[in-house]
Design a protein around this ligand. Sequence first.
Ligand code: MEV
Length: 420
Amino acid sequence: MNREKKFYEMNLNQRLSLIASKTSLTKNEISSAVNEALPFDKVNRMVENAIGFFSLPLGIATNFVINGKDYLVPMAIEEPSVIAAASHAAKLAKSTGGFKASTDSSIMRGQIQVTNLLDIKKAMRIISKNKGSLLTSANSSSKNVKALDLKARVVKNEIEEGKMLVAELYVDCKDSMGANTINSMCELLGPEIERKTNGKVIVKILSNYATERIATSKATLRKKELGGAEVVDRMLSAYAFAFSDPHRAVTHNKGIMNGVDAVSIATGQDFRAIEAAAHAYACRDGKYRTLSTFSKSSNGDLVGKIEIPLSVGIVGGVSRVHPVAKMGLEILGAKSAGELACVIASVGLAQNFAAIKALSAEGIQKGHMKLHAKNIAVAAGATGHIVDIVSETMYRQSNINFDNARTILHELQDRTDSST
Ligand code: MEV
């Protein structure tokens, strides 16, 4: 009996057909969006001093079941093994029902810094008394996204003696990331707050530390499918190392961000904002720690959980202007920013599961070097099926480098020339 081909076994045409069959997109729509260059006039409107664009490989992670829904997950990343690793871990999680994910809210903060205040407490009272009218002013700049609350707090100046007041707008960003709207609201309120408090308003900007937008995802991997109790224990020990030591925790979290960033880029998110918030959150108890936690279930399976701030959006932003980001969102099929955050958190956790599994067993280099060898073969000039011959020969010889790739390629060429 013919078994269904796995995604990685399919050729490009078959892959596009499969995506088309699971979405409302046609093969042509997907293919033209992901293969067409960004026109220069668009690029020139997106950034200053434009000269062209920079492209990244785009792949699809498979096997993801999140809150009972199947996903094809677009990932934009240059690093080999990441997409395969995420798909592998998602497959292990699938056999226990997949990822259970949630988000807490879509609220972000905007901050207005007020300095030179003679009486900070009085200024706080003024802001509190005028909260209603200040919120009305802030909301006059936006139709859908609304500021729900305004609070003031005191921040100790840790550079010079003194204190400053920070007025914080709590904005429900709904399905948008919210940066533009919040920044406009803050800039609108700045002069009003300055007038009312008699202080000096300096910074007016959103906080990317999205502590009200935490996404959580959890999954269980069966002991049997991981390779037994010993593997679970080794993975728990690897986790304990990362939780306890910041030098290891950074690398552990880098693995998580391999997944988080790749989906974020493929769907047009501000991945720098996500990175900055994630690492601050990793320090929330005063020490840099892992964004994921691992434990053992009562029957010895491995349970993993991730908690990460994710300020993401499915409306506005880059997804409006970038055809591939738009396509990425359509392939994913997330209907809300919260759903997108659940997917991103789950991919981060999957990536982490796969990395820790490999690290606590044979290490990551075996799988990595096979793909690396292919890249070296291409760089040395191999094309078509010759790429596989050159890379496999280098792999067998345990000698993967550019010079060896050239030597093997020349030998192959000499053999072909002499036989013709
Ligand atoms: C490599 O890109 C990511 C890993 O280093 C993550 C980790 O060490 O946990 C494998």
